[in-house]
Design a protein around this ligand. Structure first.
Ligand code: NDP
Length: 274
């Protein structure tokens, strides 16, 4: 079957060192953790990059580090994903700086934990605002530019919590299931655009989120090693996933040659879900 649009045809893309040169990628939460690893991988593939998060200093530090990798233009935007106005303004500033965004990585997320009876509505709403609503708003904002360019990649960083349940993180699990649902609906709606929309679903990954979870478990009197063992026992490989492993999957989904892969939820979790 022929690809929907010749601009996105795999036949036109011989392997090259920087297959994403000329694309403009926006990575939310690109200042640290998984987002920073994704940003680094995308810069290696040649993108011009916008990093967005709330903390200006860590954004600037990350830009310094990334600028040593290659000649990509790198912009930073302070963006509060709980605030639709902040999203709209920062998106406009990013587009004015480096042109329309053709690769959107909805990576930023929060994972508050509490037993169901103690989970506050404020926390539930904030989790949904950052983990789902922001992905929806940013996707809506970038679509016209992707459609004009005839190329678009949206990758939503969900979680194995988007594919199965876990106790004590009901808001997080519900929001990540919603993000997977949004991914599937958008993939179908945009299939002929041609814009691909996929979710990447990491298992516990060695970043602040996982380290906080280890610290929380330690509060119940466990040692660091015991807490780590509890966190890693859901992963058949018995270890935390590394941010670079998630980034490699995201980068693959962004390649022009991945144009037939859309609507998928790719687990990077050592076999935890299958
Ligand atoms: P971190 O806690 O290390 O980083 C979270 C990122 O989100 C930061 O860059 C933070 O930047 C940004 N962020 C948080 N709140 C906001 C906000 N209101 N507005 C803008 N940015 C915000 O997380 P990870 O790197 O571990 O996680 C990245 C993604 O991967 C998340 O969606 C997470 O759910 C998912 N994931 C993580 C797993 C793990 O075990 N680590 C497992 C499965 C999925 P700043 O504070 O500067 O705003």
């Amino acid at each position: 079957m022929e690809p929907a649009n010749q601009a996105d045809s795999p036949k036109q893309h011989a392997p090259q060192a920087q297959p994403l040169a000329g694309q403009h990628a926006l990575v939310t939460g690109g200042n640290r953790g998984i987002g920073a690893a994704i940003a680094e991988e995308l810069v290696r593939l040649g993108v011009n990059l916008t990093l967005a998060a709330r903390d200006r200093e860590s954004l600037n530090r990350r830009r310094e580090r990334l600028s040593q990798i290659g000649p990509s233009a790198i912009s930073t935007q302070v963006m509060d994903l709980t605030d639709p106005e902040s999203i709209a303004q920062s998106h406009k500033a990013a587009r004015d700086d480096l042109g329309p965004i053709t690769i959107l990585i909805n990576n930023a997320g929060v994972a508050p934990s509490a037993p169901l009876g103690k989970l506050e509505l404020k926390s539930w709403k904030e989790t949904f605002a950052i983990n789902v609503q922001a992905a929806f708003l940013l996707s809506q904002a970038v679509l016209p530019g992707m459609q004009d360019k005839g190329f678009g990649r949206i990758v939503n960083i969900a979680s194995t919590a988007g594919l199965r349940g876990y106790p004590f993180v009901a808001g997080y699990v519900a929001s990540k299931h919603a993000l997977v649902g949004l991914t599937r609906a958008m993939a179908l709606e945009l299939a002929k655009a041609p814009i691909t929309v996929n979710a990447v679903c990491p298992g516990y990954t060695e970043t602040e989120i996982a380290l906080n979870a280890i610290a929380n478990i330690q509060k119940s009197g466990k040692t660091e090693a015991e807490a780590r063992a509890i966190l890693t026992r859901s992963n058949p490989q018995g270890r935390l996933v590394q941010p670079e492993e998630v980034a490699a999957t995201v980068a693959w989904l962004c390649l022009p040659s991945s144009c037939a892969v859309t609507g998928q939820s790719v687990a990077v979790a050592g076999g935890e879900v299958m």
